[in-house]
Design a protein around this ligand. Structure first.
Ligand SMILES: *Cc1c(COP(=O)(O)O)cnc(C)c1O
Length: 376
């Protein structure tokens, strides 16, 4: 937690649950990534946190943007981004949305299938397209699995199809999986893309761009290599597989730009046990899976947690959300410990929660309002 965030909570005591984002940290993270990967253009994956203040800040810093939907494209343009700085990075798009993006001036689109290419050829003729390769997601705390991307041989054929359909086969992308902790995955992924560059070169298609996606970590309970380590692994892999013919590089960080910039404060509603001999206490908070902490699904993302009562003895707890739904339990297996004297009204902080929280909130489930976001 930054001093600025601590001061904000102390001075304003906002009603909980509340997410406070320190824009200075977002700016610092942007510069750090730029410094670590000077050859790469940053496309902020705005789905991680599309708060207007964050978008405006990044527009001012000269960032590009990876948009997942036409709504995100409209929002980021409203924040001041020009269309030539936007990539429509979702491989699953409605044709009408492709057409609107094209009308707005967007000229960079992702695909991973023939069906998507047909829509792009119809609604955005002449546009630059990049093909996403499927990855395993191995080593990632929040893998993206096989939902996106296609195999190498299919990507080759689709790129040829793209050219024949009047699109511009521009580059290749992948995503190694979010909160990636295995630096070796970059070599695997970049190696695959280099094979595709070579295979297409043989049929006269010269790709220009390599989109490295996201995957750079935030600072959660289990340590992960920092951005500089990832950048080093990326550049080692790029030089190894592309030699002197390095294509233009793109990165699409979401989590690593905004994750550590945010902190959620919540309040204890109840502490209880289920039986006289129950070894674990249940701690119920005013935020849960439906209030924005959905990445605790399968306890995949384990946030650092502190409380207003830290310092004394602790013991094992199960941490649960406030709604009347069985799945609204945050951590059980993860064996968190909280102060033994924790009681209703105490504050509980979830650190590094600036990414994938505010927008993951349900709409009024159990009548709960959406997670309030304040950018300072
Ligand atoms: C979500 C997403 C990202 C951001 O990934 P992080 O791991 O949060 O950095 C980047 N690119 C694409 C295409 C995405 O869908």
């Amino acid at each position: 937690m930054t001093a600025k965030i601590r001061r904000y909570f102390a001075e304003n005591q906002p009603a909980t649950p509340c997410l406070v984002v320190d824009l200075e940290v977002v700016e610092q993270n942007f510069h750090d990534l730029q410094r670590a990967l000077p050859l790469a253009t940053i496309y902020y994956a705005m789905k991680a946190n599309p708060a207007p203040e964050i978008l405006e800040l990044l527009v001012g810093l000269g960032s590009h943007f990876d948009a997942a939907s036409i709504y995100e494209i409209r929002d980021v343009m409203k924040a001041g981004a020009s269309a030539d700085k936007i990539s429509f990075g979702n491989t699953v798009k409605k044709q009408s949305d492709i057409a609107e993006a094209r009308r707005l001036g967007v000229d960079l689109f992702a695909f991973d299938s023939e069906g998507e290419l047909e829509k792009l050829a119809a609604a955005a003729p002449g546009a630059r397209v990049f093909c996403r390769l499927v990855m395993t997601g191995e080593g990632a705390d929040w893998p993206l699995g096989r939902k996106f991307g296609c195999e190498l041989d299919m990507a080759r054929d689709l790129m040829i199809r793209a050219r024949d359909m009047g699109l511009v086969p521009y580059g290749v992308s992948f995503h190694v999986g979010s909160q990636q902790r295995d630096l070796g995955q970059w070599d695997v992924a970049v190696g695959k893309t280099a094979m595709l560059f070579t295979a297409l070169d043989e049929v006269g298609i010269k790709l220009k761009m390599l989109n490295l996606g996201g995957g750079f970590p935030a600072h959660y309970r289990t340590e992960a290599p920092g951005t500089e380590c990832h950048a080093g692994a990326i550049m080692d892999a790029v030089v190894k597989h592309f030699g002197n013919a390095i294509p233009s590089l793109l990165v699409e960080p979401g989590r690593s730009l905004v994750g550590d910039a945010g902190m959620i404060e919540s309040e204890v509603i109840l502490v209880s046990r289920k039986g006289y001999n129950d070894s674990e206490r249940w701690v119920y908070l005013d935020i849960g899976k439906f209030g924005g902490l959905i990445e605790t699904m399968d306890e995949a993302i384990q946030y650092r947690i502190t409380t207003s009562r830290d310092g004394g003895a602790t013991d094992r707890v199960i941490i649960a959300g406030p709604t009347c739904d069985e799945v609204d339990v945050l951590y059980k297996k993860a064996a968190y410990e909280l102060p033994v004297d924790l009681r209703p009204g105490d504050r509980v902080q979830f650190h590094s929660t600036g990414a994938y929280t505010s927008t993951y909130c349900s709409v009024g489930f159990n009548g709960l309002p959406p997670l309030r976001t304040l950018c300072i």
